[in-house]
Write a protein that binds this ligand. Structure first.
Ligand SMILES: Cc1cc2nc3c(=O)[nH]c(=O)nc-3n(C[C@H](O)[C@H](O)[C@H](O)COP(=O)(O)OP(=O)(O)OC[C@H]3O[C@@H](n4cnc5c(N)ncnc54)[C@H](O)[C@@H]3O)c2cc1C
Length: 512
């Protein structure tokens, strides 16, 4: 298979939605568009060039950006699973090309090709089945979401992508294929994972020896005593292999979900309501999302019906449980001085509520692009006991930034998945000076989060992100796991990709 080499096509693969990393077109020799695993293997075996894997390009960490040059392999045409005689084939036409998945007879799993998007999976699944993870960006590819262990609002209740993956076919850098099933291979007492590829080649990999933080986490290769081999690959940001097929778990679609968007006159009122809701998760609280006053102001033009005095909002999704939970919620909101709430109890209104949530990151990303700026945001999660202190740090940081650069317009916005003590602090910068200062403030927030047992990436992965500390660019994972942690990741990578061909620069920059 030949790559596409026109510069006009190549440039579409030189950045991602972060807009913070841009590769040079001269260093990229072409983009391959395999449609099947066989074509993918063929591409990998036909050259020894460095390869960067691209999903849908919605990532926010530069992970799919070929900063070191070489070739790009886009999975966007890998849209149809192979008919291997098992499962029911479900097909749907789409402007991007037909989609085909295979549903197993018990309807608890589906085999899915890596290039289809989350939105396409929703449309091809029968209406009474659903896939749990709900990252806000529905145009992300399945492969990309597995590679980043993506999360969404409902991951508060249903867990991140990792909890929903039961099988993977992985093509290694040399074209060898691993067929991974959850439960088939676990690390032994010495932390060794021993397995064979489809061709019979034997592998023995010792898991990384660092301890991961005990919070929602998507930073670095997974490591845990007795861990499953498949978990090493989920969240591996394409540095170990390329997913050619993914087996996802399914669940009956929830029919009695209610979404409630409550507006508060102060951030303190909203945060107290969040704490109360988080504590009663077992009642069926699926998601707790937060918007601070600046975040509401950012989308106020699109939603003029918002109460004018609202300075924070909480979007909760919950099982109505025969309306019992609705009475409970109404009572809770009243106690915390809610100004007004919008309730959605049918699919159409719930979609509108999701659009409200989605409109915020979308508007921020478009605003930054239009103003020739780029994303400078956190993806931090901390333990529950530390979350109030983290929220105070965010507020102080925002004030310091605004005081140092007085001007028109918003300086910062805070929103996110606060059920999991996970918020995105976004700087809205207007100059290089501001961006430099913002980076030192992000490093301070990161140092605090790590010191209290948190993570720097709860859902986006780390890609090529660095922190500006003492005038130097320090890799995200160095702050979390030290230089020895970077070496551990490099060691695992070399066991599966000895030539360091795949996605070099993700997680671990340079030579370790
Ligand atoms: C508006 C907006 C909202 C967002 N909201 C969320 C959110 O709620 N939760 C969340 O987690 N993220 C969110 N994101 C980030 C982004 O959507 C996710 O990181 C997503 O998982 C990236 O998927 P992608 O297909 O776009 O991957 P890309 O950006 O193309 O690539 C991401 C990584 O996956 C690797 N990869 C892609 N396909 C494969 C494959 N088949 N095999 C191996 N590696 C592969 C790439 O090499 C790269 O390392 C948001 C982004 C935007 C723009």
């Amino acid at each position: 298979m030949l790559p596409v080499c026109e510069t006009s096509r190549i440039v579409q693969y030189l950045t991602d939605e972060s807009n913070a990393f841009v590769a040079s077109p001269e260093t990229v020799s072409g983009v391959f568009f395999p449609e099947s695993e066989a074509e993918l293997i063929d591409i990998l075996r036909s050259s020894e060039e460095p390869v960067t894997v691209s999903g849908a390009g919605t990532g926010l960490t530069g992970a799919r950006v070929p900063m070191l040059g070489g070739t790009v392999i886009s999975t966007e045409r890998m849209r149809r699973t192979v008919d291997n005689g098992t499962g029911i084939s479900l097909e749907r036409d789409s402007p991007a090309g037909a989609v085909r998945i295979h549903l197993d007879e018990s309807r608890q799993h589906a085999r899915v090709a890596p290039g289809i998007t989350l939105a396409e999976l929703d449309t091809v699944l029968p209406k009474d089945l659903s896939y749990g993870p709900d990252p806000t960006e529905r145009l992300a590819s399945l492969g990309g979401t597995v590679a980043t262990n993506a999360s969404g609002a409902r991951c508060f209740y249903f867990g991140p992508t990792r909890s929903w993956i039961d099988g993977l076919r992985v093509v290694l850098a040399d074209g060898d294929v691993l067929v991974l099933r959850r439960g088939a291979c676990a690390a032994d007492r010495d932390g060794m994972l021993r397995f064979r590829s489809e061709s019979g080649k034997e592998y023995c990999v010792k898991i990384p020896n660092y301890r991961m933080p005990q919070v929602k986490n998507a930073a670095g290769l997974y490591s845990k005593d007795g861990m499953d081999l498949i978990d090493l690959f989920i969240g591996s940001e394409g540095i170990l292999g390329i997913f050619s097929e993914i087996t996802v778990k399914l669940q009956p679609a929830e029919s009695d979900i209610v979404a409630d968007l409550a507006f508060f006159r102060s951030e303190a009122d909203a945060q107290e309501a969040v704490g109360r809701l988080r504590a009663v998760k077992e009642r069926g609280i699926l998601a707790i999302e937060y918007f601070n006053g600046n975040a509401l102001d950012f989308i106020r033009d699109q939603y003029p019906e918002m109460p004018h005095n609202a300075r924070a909002a909480v979007l909760a999704e919950l099982k109505s449980d025969g309306l019992k939970n609705m009475d409970f919620l109404a009572d809770l909101l009243k106690k915390h001085g809610v100004l007004e709430d919008w309730c959605a109890n049918n699919p159409f209104d719930r979609r509108k509520m999701k659009e409200f949530r989605h409109s915020l990151p979308d508007s921020i990303n478009s605003f930054l692009k239009q103003h020739d700026s780029h994303k400078l945001a956190t993806d931090i999660a901390v333990p529950v006991a530390e979350f109030p202190a983290m929220m105070d740090r965010y507020a102080e940081t925002g004030c310091r930034f605004a005081e140092k650069y007085p001007r028109e317009g918003k300086h910062w916005v805070l929103y996110g998945h606060v059920g999991d003590c996970h918020a995105h602090f976004n700087f809205i910068t207007a100059s290089e000076d501001e961006r430099r200062f913002a980076r030192t403030l992000i490093a301070e927030l990161a140092e605090f989060a790590v010191s209290v047992g948190g993570t720097l990436s709860a859902e986006h992965g780390v890609g090529k992100k660095t922190l500006l500390i003492g005038g130097k660019n320090v890799p995200y994972l160095q702050l979390m796991y030290g230089v020895s942690g970077l070496r551990e990741i490099a060691r695992v990578k070399k066991a599966l990709d000895p030539g360091t061909r795949l996605n070099a620069g993700n997680m671990v920059p340079g030579n370790y």
